[in-house]
Design a protein around this ligand. Sequence first.
Ligand SMILES: C[S@@+](CC[C@H](N)C(=O)[O-])C[C@H]1O[C@@H](n2cnc3c(N)ncnc32)[C@H](O)[C@@H]1O
Length: 314
Amino acid sequence: MSFFDLFTRLFRASNYRNAGSDILASSVIDHTRAEEWTVAYVDGAGRRRRTDVPYLLPKDDQEIQRLDYQHYILRQVLQGNISAPFQLEAQQGYVLDVGCGSGRWASEVATSYPHLQVIGLDLEEANIKASSRPLNYQFTQGNVLEKLPFPDESMTYVHQRLLVAAIPAAKWPWVVQELARVTRRGGWVELVEMGSGFVREGAATQQFMTWFRQLSQMRGIDLEVMGRLDVLLQQAGLHHVQKKTLNLPVGTWGGRMGELLARDMLSGWPSLQPLCQQYLNIPKETFDAVIASLEAEWNSHQTEYEVYVVYGQK
Ligand SMILES: C[S@@+](CC[C@H](N)C(=O)[O-])C[C@H]1O[C@@H](n2cnc3c(N)ncnc32)[C@H](O)[C@@H]1O
């Protein structure tokens, strides 16, 4: 069974609303559009990548499907879409999701809170039928490394998840200040990140993470910042800052969630192969051999993956 067959079955089994079904089947890129080439290229493995931002992961329909799948895992693990101690039912105004990816999180929040307006901001909109979006959801094109296109204090709640491979270390304090700037007094900023910390990592995991760190450093990205996001929220002037670190099992040893997380990582990590070859001179066979040994290693070491949830109030 392929990964996406497994994905489809798991979503059907869990009654996950609309998951994956509204993603347009075509992943064909229109190479005739001149502007496409100014911001993106297709790598040796056929994955589309942006050239105008430090972001390390592909930007194509295949990645959007993985993000949807990963959203399902995170929603289960975090027991919902929002962790901050905040009753959105009692609020008015706007919710912002920065780096919204597939827009799944933002669409679900818009459906759950129809009295709020939810904005998803990303470099580009996911290839998803507009008719499947709630009416109180809207997409805004934007770059989190530039000033956000919203006035001061215009948002009730600002959410940003999994920008680990997108924001250079030197930019993180400024980005968090921007999130705080657009949040109204009394509103909350919430950040969810993973991708830096493992517990009981074996040799293959260590090797992959070494390559990931090296590629990241080339773009000014420092994975260790993910463990210090609470400090950044405090420095941005937020109050009641809380940080939770969850250790998630990776692999079948960790039951269903462990298996799902392993599938997610085994779907996402190979996308770095062309970059490892191009920038680190890692032969494809070497990279593939490391990827191939991950799953057994996660089970034998009982590896865990760290997820950081931090939030603070303005
Ligand atoms: C790993 S995905 C996470 C998506 C979503 N937050 C989620 O949790 O499913 C990272 C997202 O950040 C977006 N991104 C990367 N660099 C960005 C930038 N400079 N400005 C805005 N979005 C960016 C990517 O396009 C991608 O959709």
